[in-house]
Design a protein around this ligand. Sequence first.
Ligand code: NAD
Length: 319
Amino acid sequence: MKIVVLDGYTLNPGDITWKGLEALGELTVYDRTGESEILERIGDAEIVFTNKTPLKREAFSALPQIKYVGVLATGYNVVDIAAAKEYGVKVTNIPTYGTASVAQYTFALLLELCHHVWEHSEAVRRGEWNRCPDFCFWNYPLVELAGKTMGIIGFGRIGRSVAQIAQAMGMRVLAYDSYQDKSLESETLRYGELDELLRKSDVISLHCPLFESTKGIINKDSIAKMKDGVMLINTSRGPLIIEEDLARALNSGKVAGAAVDVVSTEPITTDNPLLQAKNCIITPHIAWAPKESRERLMNIAVENLASFLKGEPVNVVNP
Ligand code: NAD
């Protein structure tokens, strides 16, 4: 049985193993696949893995031997799951693998906004400390988080993990979610409405999925309700933010700093307004990518296929 991975490079650039999938069939792994190469590369394979390479209706109609598509990510909007179902193709995803990594990365970004660690290290290398008349200097306002309020929009797996770290740092947490588990509330954590969260938070971190209801949730109106000097973190999905509005708020100082791991179009385009905005950290969608997290993802992808082959499919997104 032939297995084709269309775009394996970001999951495994060479530091983890494909052995688990090799044990289940005749495996061919492509680093990346252009849209015009998809049909030819799948060929007569019955099992296809994709991360971000789109599989549209045409692929399923042209290649009716496909039986299974494994998405190597949580989000599966790259696959036309309704068309897959019509052609009898089971599509699976990886529901969770990187909660700890993404929560940790949220704080890597926040702590960088608070301390500008790398830029101070660079300033020392440039000789600024050596020339300094005092025993220390800092080039940016430094911020202590203890006692401040962290507003978390989307209080699921990652949001809750972020809350634990925030509380360990002495922060109070205000959570907003369309589903509320009141048993999680404590002296330092409570749910609130979105408006209250916007008004009261010193730091706002986005952890809700991208839906029509959450698209552009950070826009000029919601920013206007925020505290002056708020800090904003987005490790969820780029289109949650209207980037022009955030860029304007950063440049005016309304938002003191923002750090985003995701942007509206990825890879980022040169005209993205955040590239020119003040006090904005942008990283290339890496919150998920520590090796530990990718290994977990790989193991779940293997288990998903093994379960399908045994006739007991799990993590199916088009049942
Ligand atoms: P999850 O499903 O456990 O949590 C999402 C939460 O958002 C849920 O509690 C849900 O009720 C809530 N929600 C849904 N609609 C909402 C709305 N309209 N308003 C407020 N809350 C709403 O998901 P998770 O594992 O915590 O992941 C969160 C997001 O993180 C994912 O959707 C994904 O976009 C992103 N993510 C990013 C990376 C990265 O590398 N940057 C990696 C993994 C996940």
